[in-house]
Design a protein around this ligand. Structure first.
Ligand code: UD1
Ligand code: UDP
Length: 368
């Protein structure tokens, strides 16, 4: 039997975490598939953390990251470097993930070579061009170019239908992040970071890095966090800061004298997932964190005006608070003071997946 050649392309931390279970499944079934892995390394250090954890050895590493890179620089570098690889490899399917610049440009490069494109995590939408920016258009453009759509939920399938994607090309698989989470979380987790924490305090895990939050919105978020620890003396905040200079500078300036707000380097995914499961609640503008938190029963205050992941809003575990101080502090008060409400959030199923998405995706690839 002729093996199918699947060439997977990714470059950032979230894509790597969510593609790792698919790559591992393809590797396991090497009698059916030849798996070729291309990393753009849009995010050098954060990508490498994930590759190490999941023991993925790329066949090609484009190594394109530059400090404070612009979207146009990224786009042109990825496109030019992928072109000769696709020319040589001629895979049956190119797999891309999500909504990053790597995802969109990789699908464009594959289209130029008339190679079939499979989009993992297809169909997420806010329908708002600039929120999140530029991810909403990255995923719309990727979906425009794709041939096989792995939609995580029925809602993402409905979005694709609304965009006139033929139904027979869409497969609801769940999100592969739930598969990844099952491999990373452990009972009895202990880490040098958690050992240093005050055992009697409640931990809040914070992440904030979106381009549309740079400047004023991020300043408002950080002010709310300072107000929050001033109001609740039993709260301690752990913030693994994104290495983007726009984020790092603002976080270091605003939190420099804060004893109960701990700025740390990005955690590897095992440490981060386990810190999630140790904390009391999460504040984040991340996409992936919104999908992971329901599995761990941790409420998330979503620091965005809109989300493409509304399934968790319906269950209540996600609460859209935007970046306005008053809204954020009201939501914190509810979590801190209303224990019945808090408890009701912590016992839920995950609407984003059941842990079998990668197996479903690889089975479907075999049928193409
Ligand atoms: C990108 C994705 C965003 C995703 C985020 C995950 C796009 C358009 N956006 O964000 O959807 O949520 O990744 O983190 O693709 N840097 C380092 N080391 C790293 C990573 C980043 O130094 O390992 C610094 C570099 O200076 C780099 C900058 O951060 O230039 C920005 O990285 P980039 O991947 O461009 O970030 P975003 O586009 O904000
Ligand atoms: N994450 C991590 N270490 C950290 C912070 C986040 O491994 O210090 C993981 C998190 O569990 C999730 C993913 O990174 O799986 C989210 O990445 P990010 O927030 O950078 O991107 P987004 O999901 O917003 O695109």
């Amino acid at each position: 039997m002729q093996r199918k050649k699947i060439l997977s392309i990714f470059g950032t931390r979230p894509e790597a975490i969510k593609m790792a279970p698919v790559i591992k499944e393809l590797e396991k079934r090497s009698d059916e598939f030849e798996s070729v892995v291309v990393v753009t390394a849009q995010q050098r250090e954060m990508l490498d953390q994930v590759l190490t954890v999941f023991n993925i050895k790329p066949d090609y590493d484009l190594n394109i990251m530059q400090p404070n890179q612009t979207l146009a620089q990224l786009t042109s570098r990825v496109l030019m470097k992928l072109d000769p690889i696709l020319e040589v490899e001629k895979p049956d399917v190119v797999l891309v993930h999500g909504d990053t610049t790597t995802s969109f440009v990789a699908s464009l490069a594959a289209f130029y070579h008339q190679i079939k494109i499979g989009h993992v995590e297809a169909g997420l939408r806010t329908w708002d061009k600039y929120a999140p920016y530029p991810e909403e258009m990255n995923r719309q453009m990727t979906d425009c170019l794709s041939d096989i759509y792995f939609a995580p939920t029925v809602l993402s399938k409905a979005n694709l239908l609304q965009a006139n994607v033929p139904e027979e090309k869409i497969f609801v698989t769940g999100n592969t992040v739930v598969d990844a989470l099952q491999q990373t979380t452990k009972h009895g987790f202990s880490h040098e970071i958690t050992k240093k924490w005050d055992p009697d305090s409640k931990k809040v895990l914070l992440t904030c890095h979106r381009r549309e939050n740079f400047g004023k919105p991020m300043e408002q978020v950080f002010k709310s966090v300072i107000k929050m620890v001033e109001t609740y003396s039993d709260l301690e905040v752990i913030y693994p800061v994104h290495p983007n200079p726009n984020v790092k500078k603002q976080a270091e300036e605003m939190f420099k004298n804060q004893k109960r707000i701990h700025l740390i380097d990005p955690l590897d995914v095992i440490d981060f997932h386990n810190c999630m499961s140790e904390c009391y609640f999460i504040m984040s503008d991340s996409g992936g964190v919104q999908e992971e938190a329901p599995s761990l029963g941790k409420p998330v205050l979503v620091l965005r005006e809109v989300t493409e992941r509304p399934e968790g809003l319906e269950t209540g575990i996600l609460k859209l608070v935007g970046t306005c101080e008053k809204t954020i502090l009201n939501a914190v008060e509810k979590l801190m003071m209303d224990s019945e409400y808090y408890q009701s959030l912590t016992k839920q199923n995950n609407p984003y997946g059941d842990g079998y998405a990668s197996i479903k995706i690889v089975n479907l690839l075999n049928e193409q």
